[in-house]
Design a binder for this molecule. Structure first.
Ligand code: HEC
Ligand code: HEC
Ligand code: HEC
Length: 318
């Protein structure tokens, strides 16, 4: 009998805990999640799971496991680290209440809006298409020795070994080959605009691009030359829950080395000036070659002071 009363009490208290969860509060807290899981819980890339319409209790359990380390994932660990039990309940209430990916796709099909608004809800064959067109899945089999010869043309600004000679020029040494090849292709197509680089890439073939990317990717770079600071450190590691800024660490990594497979660039070895310029350019969308607005959605929420602090902090990473 005692046992039954006890389990009734447990059941009752978990019901009231579920009722206390606030989907509206969850929606606000979910701003930091939208970079990967999409603003409507339908993920923007095949690498990230959909959360829309997922079971409430399952979401809470996964978040707890990411926080405790029982489930390990380099991107989710820093995201879950700062969540309280109440945050998790609110987030789960929000995502579980959203129409599922299929329902969202059906709704947008019936209103005639383009498939582009819900790319990951495309049928399986469509997903394969998306996957093969993402930088993460592309294969850049460049030739390092050929790249070295071709890189002579780049040395005046980026240095012979890809360690830049002036703060306005980014370092290329040690950067992910996927990312470098994507940037060169973007300068060529005009998706990323820069008058100097547009001239440099105009005559490059796909093979040239792959060779150059392969060469610079294997060079070593000087890192950790700058001073750290508290505000930048906080933003990089924890993001800003109030403003909905996803922590930089989730994609650029603990040491700022990025995630090569995903095409998330290394930020180490760059000058503060270059980092500030890129963040400001994502913020005003003058740089808009980031897939799904992944960086623009973050930068738009950063103040000048945030940019100053986080750029300074990144120069201290090694
Ligand atoms: C930087 C990208 C990124 C961000 C930001 C992010 N996630 Fe994730 N999330 C992932 C990845 C990647 C996985 C899959 C992990 C794996 O493979 O185990 C995942 C998995 C999950 C899962 C498990 C889903 C399942 O089906 O098992 C939940 C729940 C989740 N995320 C919730 C959140 C919430 C809530 C936020 C915001 C507070 C958030 N995520 C922010 C990348 C991200
Ligand atoms: C005259 C100077 C100059 C030369 C020569 C030059 N670049 Fe650049 N490069 C720049 C500038 C300036 C930028 C930054 C553009 C911006 O602010 O967005 C840049 C950016 C890049 C980027 C993007 C880096 C990042 O972190 O996003 C790559 C990749 C690149 N250059 C590769 C090359 C290659 C390969 C060559 C030789 C074929 C080359 N560059 C020659 C000036 C130069
Ligand atoms: C959800 C993943 C994600 C998060 C979180 C994220 N970034 Fe990025 N970032 C990217 C991707 C992807 C790119 C490359 C976009 C492209 O293809 O040009 C990028 C590019 C950049 C660049 C330009 C690098 C270069 O060499 O030109 C800077 C600077 C940057 N991010 C800083 C930050 C800072 C600071 C934060 C935290 C406030 C942050 N990022 C959070 C994914 C992310």
């Amino acid at each position: 009998m005692k046992k039954i009363i006890f389990s009734l009490l447990v059941a009752l208290s978990s019901v009231s805990a579920a009722q206390a969860a606030d989907a509206n509060a969850g929606k606000e807290k979910a701003a930091v999640c939208s970079a990967c899981h999409g603003p409507t819980g339908v993920s923007a890339s095949p690498m990230f799971p959909n959360l829309a319409g997922q079971n409430d209790a399952y979401i809470i359990k996964q978040l707890k496991d990411f926080k405790s380390g029982a489930r390990t994932d380099a991107m989710m660990a820093p995201m879950a680290a700062n969540l309280s039990d109440a945050d998790m309940a609110d987030l789960a209430a929000h995502f579980s209440g959203l129409p599922s990916a299929n329902e969202q796709a059906a709704a947008s099909a019936s209103t005639g809006s383009s498939a582009e608004t819900a790319p990951s809800s495309a049928p399986v064959a469509g997903n394969v298409e998306v996957l093969s067109s993402t930088p993460a899945a592309a294969i850049y089999a460049g030739n390092v020795a050929a790249g070295k010869n071709k890189a002579v043309a780049c040395a005046a600004c980026h240095g012979a070994d890809g360690n830049s000679l002036a703060p306005m020029y980014p370092s290329l040494a040690g950067q992910s080959a996927n990312y470098l090849a994507k940037q060169l292709a973007d300068f060529k197509s005009g998706d990323r605009k820069d008058p100097v680089m547009a001239g440099m890439v105009a005559a490059l073939s796909k093979e040239d691009i792959n060779d150059l990317a392969a060469f610079f990717a294997v060079q070593s770079t000087n890192t950790g030359t700058g001073e750290s600071n508290e505000a930048g450190h906080k933003l990089y590691l924890g993001g800003d829950t109030k403003k909905g800024v996803t922590a930089c660490i989730a994609c650029h990594g603990v040491a700022g080395k990025g995630m090569k497979q995903a095409g998330f660039p290394s930020l180490t070895g760059q000058s503060k000036d270059y980092l500030k310029k890129q963040l400001a350019s994502f913020r005003d969308a003058s740089r808009s070659n980031d897939n799904n607005g992944i960086m623009r959605n973050i930068a738009i929420k950063l103040s000048d002071a945030d940019i100053e602090a986080v750029a300074q902090y990144i120069t201290s990473l090694k």
